[in-house]
Design a protein around this ligand. Structure first.
Ligand SMILES: Cc1cc2nc3c(=O)[nH]c(=O)nc-3n(C[C@H](O)[C@H](O)[C@H](O)COP(=O)(O)OP(=O)(O)OC[C@H]3O[C@@H](n4cnc5c(N)ncnc54)[C@H](O)[C@@H]3O)c2cc1C
Length: 480
């Protein structure tokens, strides 16, 4: 018998065709014979809104830690994004930001970057590149109902087709990428798997977003961001203007428990007037609203610790299905991308059908999630009214150190570099404890705090213009 006749086709089944599902498919396709993605809704072949992705109406920042991971999984994706109007924004200078420690200066060399685009465009770019691979198939309009197999090996999933019929799809490896609302822990329990422990930290953040037609601004227009300060004894309120494709600004505001933004249009504008700076309200007065305000309250940090129980072979969870994060820190997509990259690296070393592969992969997937959890959830517990666990002395000391770092970063390149590397998930939080950074933090800010935002003359002119539309030339970033 020829070796080919011995070969048993290895099939991967991915549940959910969002960002994590498509990236997991990209990670595993080189290491199997076919990948089938089962998606509940239709996936459009253009960067347009779709069902199953309600969060796309809110601003999504893709940090370089995530964008680099996506590019390494699917080379050419960045070019698709920028070709369709996404912007690569240099950090820290491409962001006008009021941190809890004051306004950041904008006189530094590039440390990292972010991709500024609507979420529909980001997912479309990834999907388009993925579907060039003939090994990958999407089955749209098909809902996963339950897992097949036993408590020791998952062998596939039962699905409901668009015509209402059900079918069992067999696979050697099943990847749950059904997002925040995943029912995998229940499906596993039904097969006799031990209860998967969960950790939830909920600062009660509500998000509201609205699109605006941007006033006439140059291509290098910055991201504008006013952050909350967890040390103040009031609910945290924050907002971001993300310049996206189609000359639009996607504006997201958020408030922790007791300071939630509302859904109606007047209250949206009102909310931006209550931030720690009037800058966002001033810019919104220059822009034309497009469409309604969208609100979401599903923002709790939730970790499902699949790695802590004896999981069956042949199953793993990735992305929001495993760890969903408070969106304020903008880490969800980057964690999903880095998790998929870790999955690919493991699949390159080991047979994906071998006993123990899925458990190892789950641990590898958990590492980027744990790093982001430390940066976000462990800060969230410091907000008044946060639910989950009480902050410990160590949390409060860490919070104070991070605040000192942020204050120092307003005028110190060593700390700017470290914080930017960590925030973009290019380095772990350990980078904040390197000797040079500790020393700089002990020394404190080198320059007095800025009294207002570091704007270019052109950015000032847009802010101060009387009307809604204004034209001005591109000018260099100020050297404050
Ligand atoms: C308001 C808000 C703002 C955010 N801002 C940012 C940001 O700035 N930066 C950032 O990196 N992240 C941000 N995030 C997080 C980001 O949206 C998520 O981390 C990301 O979408 C996770 O992708 P996913 O593929 O795991 O899940 P999802 O994107 O939710 O995709 C899950 C997919 O599974 C499908 N599905 C669900 N159930 C089934 C089923 N039973 N059968 C078949 N298919 C199913 C769904 O239709 C969907 O297509 C934000 C989130 C929110 C809510």
């Amino acid at each position: 018998m020829s070796p080919a006749a011995h070969h048993r086709a290895r099939r991967v089944l991915v549940l959910g065709g969002g960002l994590s599902g498509t990236l997991a498919a990209a990670a595993l396709a080189p290491h199997c014979d076919s990948v089938v993605i089962v998606e509940r809704y239709t996936l459009p072949d253009a960067p347009v809104p779709r069902r199953g992705l309600p969060q796309a109406r809110h601003a999504h920042m893709l940090w370089s830690g995530g964008a680099d991971a996506i590019e390494s999984l699917l080379p050419g994706t960045t070019a698709l994004w920028t070709g369709a109007g996404a912007r690569r924004i240099s950090l820290p200078n491409g962001m006008v930001s009021l941190s809890p420690g004051g306004w950041y200066r904008r006189c530094w060399p590039e440390v990292q970057y972010l991709v500024s685009a609507g979420r529909d465009l980001i997912d479309w770019g990834i999907r388009t590149r993925l579907l060039e691979d003939p090994k990958v198939t999407v089955v749209p309009g098909t809902e996963t109902l339950r897992l097949l197999g036993t408590a020791t090996r998952i062998t596939g999933a039962a699905v409901r087709r668009p015509d209402g019929t059900t079918e069992d799809l067999e696979a050697d490896l099943v990847v749950d990428a059904t997002g925040r609302g995943s029912r995998a822990t229940r499906w596993l329990a039904a097969l006799g798997v031990a209860e998967v422990p969960e950790t939830v930290i909920d600062a009660g953040v509500t998000y509201a977003s609205r699109r605006y037609r941007a006033p006439r601004v140059p291509e290098d227009w910055p991201v504008i961001n006013v952050q909350a300060d967890s040390r103040l004894p009031v609910p945290g309120k924050a907002a971001t203007i993300l310049p996206i494709e189609g000359s639009q600004w996607l504006v997201s505001v958020s408030g922790t428990r007791g300071g939630e933004p509302g859904g109606d249009e007047e209250r949206f504008a009102e909310f931006t007037e209550q931030l720690r700076s009037p800058l966002i309200a001033q810019y919104l007065a220059r822009a034309e609203p497009l469409g309604p305000v969208t609100v979401t309250r599903t923002t709790a940090n939730r970790r499902r610790h699949f790695e802590k129980v004896r999981m069956p072979d042949g199953f793993l969870a990735i992305g929001d299905a495993a760890t969903s994060l408070n969106p304020v820190y903008g880490h969800g997509m980057s964690v999903a991308a880095q998790s998929a990259r870790a999955l690919r690296d493991l699949a390159a070393q080991r047979d994906i059908t071998a006993p123990g592969f899925a458990r190892r992969a789950q641990r590898a997937i958990g590492r980027p999630a744990a790093a982001a959890w430390m940066l976000g959830a462990d800060q969230d517990i410091l907000f008044p009214g946060a639910e989950g666990r009480r902050p410990t002395l160590a949390d409060r000391l860490a919070g104070r150190y991070v605040h000192r770092l942020i204050r120092t970063a307003c005028s110190d390149l060593t700390v700017v570099r470290a914080l930017t590397d960590v925030m973009t998930l290019q380095r772990g939080a350990g980078a904040l404890a390197r000797p040079g950074v500790l020393l700089a933090a002990a020394r404190g800010p080198r320059l007095p705090a800025l009294e207002g935002p570091a704007l270019t003359p052109g950015e000032e002119r847009v802010r101060d213009a009387p009307g809604r539309d204004t034209a001005y030339g591109s000018e260099a970033v100020p050297r404050h």
